[in-house]
Design a protein around this ligand. Structure first.
Ligand code: NAP
Length: 344
């Protein structure tokens, strides 16, 4: 075996650590399937510090150091002081795996890290939907101009095939629309409201199970959904939109009484993201909608998610993801790694 694929991580939080564990578990399988050793040569955190070793970092030791101390050891010979861009250079990596914090408002600095990686001949796999929501076309073109791959399967519905489903399986179809329940926190909050809890109680419960952020407004007021539907519409419908173009109504406008009234009429209220072709434009929205009882989305409760693709040839397709967790997010990145290894 003489091939080696070097990865550089930016971000080593929940997703970075879970993906590292999955990589350790699948190391031998990847080696035997692709006759290629996958190693991690750089990891950039923000408060944790950064690490680099062009011969391959010891991921087991890095994970245990992070668990015990919460940061990387400044006395380690692998400790690196410098910007994420300097780390990408020093790591000599073939692939940037971008797993840093999402900025829904501008997709930065993640998009800048990706631009740097593409310009320096690195492939990019990302878990971060901000860059695709704000700059998808520019990033896609930059990747193509530099002859490298740009992969992002886990940004919506984690490891559920969403983008792969269109590009690998439903090829040849044109999309007239996309719909979905794409934000687990707001869907969970609606369920608890319907059970008689107040907004405050419902949000606290979502925080307690690690679903909602300390500041849950990005989920509840629709901006997470706006970023997701934007990314989907840009990638799958060539929409050229940003989250600022999405018509957003907060889920806070739904009252417990409205939920009960809808139920008494055999209906349900769900927080729906939509993108729809209208002439040469794509219009996108995130808002509460009343749906008939028999609608497939009626059974999508709690942390589960769903999307529907409206295609011209294969018809209407709905995919439900039941209670996703971090393993599914890590799997989405792992599936991109396999796609990359198949392509190169
Ligand atoms: N959690 C999920 O279920 C999920 C699902 C799908 C997609 N995602 C996406 O995956 C990404 C990571 O999520 P997460 O849950 O792992 O978040 P997290 O636990 O908060 O971890 C974020 C990591 O990014 C690092 N970081 C933040 N800003 C940085 C910067 N400017 N430069 C370098 N590193 C930086 C942080 O460093 P320090 O720790 O050193 O501060 C941390 O290691 C996000 O974009 C998120 O939207 C998450």
């Amino acid at each position: 075996m003489n091939k080696t694929l070097k990865l550089c991580f930016i971000g080593f939080g929940n997703v970075g650590q879970k993906f590292s564990r999955l990589l350790l578990e699948k190391e031998e399988w990847l080696k035997s399937r692709f006759s290629c050793r996958v190693i991690v040569t750089g990891i950039a955190g923000r408060s944790k510090g950064s690490l680099v070793n062009t011969g391959g970092l010891d991921l087991t030791a890095v994970l245990s150091m992070t668990e015990q101390a919460g940061h990387f050891d400044p006395d380690s010979p692998d400790f690196f002081t410098g910007t994420p861009e300097a780390l990408m250079d020093a790591s000599e990596a073939d692939v940037l795996v971008e797993m840093s914090t999402l900025s829904i408002r501008d997709g930065l600095p993640a998009a800048d890290y990706m631009r740097y990686a593409f310009r320096h001949g690195m492939h990019v796999i990302t878990a971060n939907k901000g860059p695709e929501a704000w700059y998808y076309n520019e990033l896609k073109d930059l990747a193509a101009d530099n002859g490298v791959q740009f992969l992002y399967e886990t940004i919506v519905l984690d490891g559920t095939p969403t983008f792969n489903l269109m590009t690998e399986t439903l090829h040849g179809n044109a999309l007239s629309g996309i719909a979905g329940i794409l934000n687990g926190t707001s869907n969970y909050v609606l369920k608890l409201l319907e059970e008689g809890r107040s907004y405050e109680e419902a949000i606290r419960a979502a925080q307690e199970i690690g679903l909602a952020e300390a500041d849950p407004s990005m989920d509840i007021d629709g901006w997470d959904g706006a970023a997701k539907i934007c990314a989907m519409a840009n990638i799958l419908m060539d929409a050229h939109i940003t989250p600022e173009d999405v018509s957003v109504e907060s889920v806070r406008s739904v009252t417990a009484e409205a939920l009960k009234r809808a139920r008494s009429r055999g209906k349900c209220i769900k927080y729906i993201c939509r993108a729809k072709r209208a002439g040469d434009k794509v219009l996108a929205s995130v808002r509460p909608e009343e749906l008939p009882r028999e609608h497939a989305y009626n059974s999508v409760n709690g942390t589960s998610a769903v999307f529907t693709l409206y295609t011209d040839l294969a018809g209407e397709l709905t995919v439900i993801q039941t209670d996703p967790g971090l393993l599914q997010t890590a799997y989405g990145i792992y599936s991109d790694l396999i796609t990359l290894m198949k392509r190169i």
